[in-house]
Structure formats: structure tokens, C-alpha cells
Design a protein around this ligand. Structure first.
Ligand SMILES: [Zn+2]
Length: 70
């Protein structure tokens, strides 16, 4: 699966949905999984809804189990 083709590239030139008028960037977690788009204005607010470890620890516990010990 190609994460970069997730489907948000088409709005890469749109301003952030928080209404700041700033240009957002795609936020990904420590596994490289796309989280959301956020600009510097709303980034802290949007990411505050996520556990901090998902951005720093690729082994964070998730609902989906990663089978890497076969
Ligand atoms: Zn924003």
C-alpha cells in the first residue's frame, strides 16, 4: 500500500480546514501512518487528541495488531 497516495494530495494547495488561512502539512505518526492535515496554528490542538507515544514510539499499542514476530 502506498501511503503517499492516500488521497489528500489533491488538496495540497488548499488552506487549512481550521480557517486560519495557513497551509497545512500532512501529519503522520511514528509508523508513518497518515493522521491528519494541520497547520502550525491548529497542530497542537488537533494532535492533543492523540496519545503522544504514537508520534514517538513505532511500537505503540494499537487496535490493529502488527504481525512482525512470525
Ligand atoms: Zn490549521
Amino acid at each position: 500500500m502506498n501511503i503517499t497516495s492516500f488521497g489528500y494530495e489533491f488538496e495540497a494547495h488548499a488552506t487549512c480546514d481550521c480557517g486560519s488561512g495557513e497551509y497545512p502539512r500532512a501529519i503522520s505518526d511514528a509508523r508513518g501512518i497518515y493522521i491528519c492535515r494541520a497547520c502550525h496554528v491548529c497542530e497542537d490542538r488537533k494532535l492533543s487528541g492523540y496519545r503522544p507515544e504514537i508520534f514517538t514510539n513505532p511500537q505503540y499499542a494499537a487496535d490493529e495488531r502488527i504481525e512482525d514476530d512470525f
